[in-house]
Design a protein around this ligand. Structure first.
Ligand SMILES: NC(=O)c1ccc[n+]([C@@H]2O[C@H](COP(=O)([O-])OP(=O)(O)OC[C@H]3O[C@@H](n4cnc5c(N)ncnc54)[C@H](OP(=O)(O)O)[C@@H]3O)[C@@H](O)[C@H]2O)c1
Length: 305
């Protein structure tokens, strides 16, 4: 199939592109910076055709979609910067891609959402992902929506952050109680969902959880990372009011003064305080996924060889 991927230069997107290419699909990438090393690498290693564009620029979408048989829409953010607000990067972006896909006609559509997405969600991340899902469900396209929990892998933004931190720091921070449950899933399994859904007609019209076999609290997750690395570190709980204050400062300093997304924000704190768990059975049955325990999955890249 001729597949357009948005967000293909990101952590999840790079694995999706790798698997699409390996499965024999022709890949196009909507990219904001075609000259960036990661975009060029996708083109040279995985034969991706680079289509300059931005999901917030509706006029850039029809040329990228011309002749495409499927769209995998992955763009999303965890922290706001510039005009990439949650409302824009999730809801408006999806509305733009859906509109362009409808105009292109007959396009298979696969949407990245997130576990915890619901209409009455506490966080703006989940609220705007919900509005995006609703736009997809109302589109009339042949759609599938995936809702992953925390995604881990060799180049993730989470396990690797704490693994790096534990190299030099005697303590690791836990925001609040750290008792909210997560069900981490590998980037390999997550990407398999997107690639396999393209050719599995029974996935059309389905909204599916994508999560691993283990339900771990934040604290248990950090302890597992430390155990795999063979390190002993103290976990220090940051009281939520203090964490919120810290997040508020970072939200101001990073986007406004450094032009970069904040490493921690108040929306993330809201999400960390709630359980982020689901049921992987339907997606496993439908797409033949084999899930591995978190401990084994992270060992593969934290302790290579
Ligand atoms: N990582 C997780 O644990 C997790 C869990 C559940 C759901 N998700 C969802 O999975 C998706 C991918 O996450 P990720 O971790 O791979 O994120 P990521 O590494 O930050 O990648 C984000 C991608 O979106 C692109 N992008 C951002 N704004 C754009 C815009 N305005 N126009 C075009 N492209 C734009 C980025 O392109 P540039 O290269 O130009 O920056 C990049 O390719 C997101 O929707 C996220 O909400 C992630």
């Amino acid at each position: 199939m001729e597949v357009l991927v948005t967000g293909g230069t990101g952590f999840v997107g790079r694995e999706v592109v790798r698997q699409l290419h390996a499965a024999g699909h022709r890949v196009r990438l909507l990219v904001r910076q075609p000259g960036a090393p990661v975009a060029r690498q996708m083109a040279t290693v995985h034969g991706a055709q680079l289509c300059p564009g931005d999901v917030l620029e509706p006029a850039s979408l029809p040329p990228a979609l011309a002749g495409a048989e499927a769209v995998i829409h992955l763009v999303g953010i965890i922290s706001e910067v510039g005009r990439n607000t949650f409302e824009n990067a999730h809801t408006l972006a999806t509305q733009n891609v859906v509109t362009a896909a409808k105009s292109a006609g007959g396009v298979r559509y696969v949407q990245m959402s997130a576990l915890g997405t619901r209409p009455d969600a506490a966080s703006r991340y989940h609220q705007t992902k919900w509005a995006a899902e609703e736009a997809v469900r109302a589109s009339g396209l042949a759609w599938t929506i995936f809702r992953p929990s925390l995604i881990y892998g060799p180049e993730d933004h989470f396990v690797n952050l704490f693994a790096r931190m534990s190299r030099w720091s005697p303590v690791l921070p836990v925001m609040g109680s750290g008792r909210g449950l997560l069900q981490p899933v590998s980037v390999t399994a997550t990407a398999q969902c997107f690639v396999r859904a393209l050719t599995e007609s029974a996935s059309v019209g389905r909204t599916l959880d994508v999560c691993g076999p283990d339900r771990l609290s934040f604290v248990e997750l950090l302890r597992t990372v430390l155990a795999v690395l063979g390190r002993r570190r103290r976990l220090v709980h940051i009281p939520l009011p203090l964490a919120r204050l810290q997040a508020r400062v970072l939200e101001f300093v990073f986007p406004r003064l450094l032009g970069r997304a904040a490493p921690l924000n108040r929306d993330q704190l809201l999400m960390l305080q709630e359980d982020n768990i689901g049921d992987p059975a339907p997606v496993c049955a439908l797409l033949g996924l084999q899930l591995e325990p978190f401990r084994e999955g992270i060992r593969r890249f934290l302790v290579p060889g």
